[in-house]
Ligand binder design. Sequence first.
Ligand code: SF4
Ligand code: SF4
Length: 73
Amino acid sequence: MNHVEFSAKLCKGCGYCVKFCPKQIIQMGNVRSAKGYFNPVIEDMSQCIGCLACATVCPEGAIETFKEVEADV
Ligand code: SF4
Ligand code: SF4
């Protein structure tokens, strides 16, 4: 499964990732980080297509994406 991680340390809660996800699976959470910003959350990671749009638009470099690769067996 593709996987996306948000860094609470770097995120400034701008919401760009929420806006630009083509699958609209990212929402802003309701818990403030230690820095005082609301961070995004993904409830259903299985819907992620690994397009990297979220990581590309994030101005803080706060998103890491892990795309599932089919094993060549
Ligand atoms: S990688 Fe693409 S589909 Fe997955 S959360 Fe980011 S923008 Fe959405
Ligand atoms: S685009 Fe980056 S800084 Fe903005 S809310 Fe998403 S993770 Fe946080």
